[in-house]
Design a protein around this ligand. Structure first.
Ligand SMILES: [Zn+2]
Length: 252
């Protein structure tokens, strides 16, 4: 049986595969509100889907994909029902301990495919610790691979959550999950231009989504389309496969 999912292997099969590859992949998502029109599991589903499709395209030795982490740091969405958040230290510890388990089995490189921006600070801290403590190099893909095409296709400013981008990408993969009749008109207010996500002089801050948008939507989902989503996915999957091939051959 040919599978790239660690969870589907037996222990002897895992031993053999782990010996052949120096890289593992860990999808990380969230369970959080995505407006009145997208499902709570959007970030987790997307990260897992992206990981599997990219590994399918990889030429040569395919890395193993670990079971996805379905929870993330979502404090800023807690004002909306259905959101389940873990704390930054919990995510940090989880990533460090998964990395240490892999390192003990010879794996020196771990690529996190991250579907949720709120996870980034904890993931970056884990990357610093894992390198220093056990010599495992953590790579974090948080959407940077698709950034140039996203810039071109997505016309909405500050389109960071359940807006034009995420509604398009969900339409492309799980059209039946999008409650089209519930797609809201954008209604967002920022307290200062420096605090806007698209600002070239952006300042990071501890925000609460509910205080910026009553619908929990940052961006404009009315501009979404399935076609844009399909184009974005193609680009993401191809770029991630390319990244995986390059990381596989890097010596650390
Ligand atoms: Zn999301």
């Amino acid at each position: 049986m040919e599978t790239n999912l660690l969870g589907e292997l037996t222990s002897p099969e895992a031993e053999e595969r782990l010996r052949r590859t120096g890289l593992a992949i860990l999808p990380v998502g969230s369970l959080e509100q995505h407006g009145p029109h997208l499902p709570l599991d959007t970030d987790s589903w997307d990260a897992y889907h992206l990981s599997q499709e990219a590994v399918r395209l990889v030429k040569g030795e395919k890395p193993l994909i670990l079971p996805p982490i379905p929870y993330g740091v979502s404090y800023h969405h807690m004002g909306f029902a259905g959101t389940i958040s873990i704390s930054p230290p919990t995510l940090y510890n989880l990533i460090c301990e998964i990395g240490e388990s892999l390192r003990a089995q010879g794996i020196k490189k771990l690529l996190v495919v991250n579907g949720h921006g709120g996870n980034e600070p904890a993931l970056r801290a884990a990357a610093q610790s894992l390198k220093q403590k056990v010599g495992l190099v953590l790579f974090i893909e948080s959407g940077g691979l698709v950034a140039p095409l996203r810039e071109k296709l997505i016309t909405t400013r500050n389109d960071v959550h359940a807006g034009e981008y995420e509604t398009s990408t969900t339409l492309a993969n799980r059209e039946e999950m999008v409650r089209r009749e519930k797609i809201p008109q954008p209604e967002v207010k920022y307290p200062s231009p420096y605090l806007e996500f698209s600002s070239p002089q952006r300042v990071s801050w501890g925000f609460d989504v509910g205080e910026l948008s009553p619908q929990g939507v940052l961006g404009d989902p009315t501009k979404a389309s399935k076609e844009k989503g399909e184009e974005l996915w193609l680009s993401m999957i191809k770029a991630l496969a390319d990244l995986i091939e390059q990381l596989s051959s890097i010596e650390v």
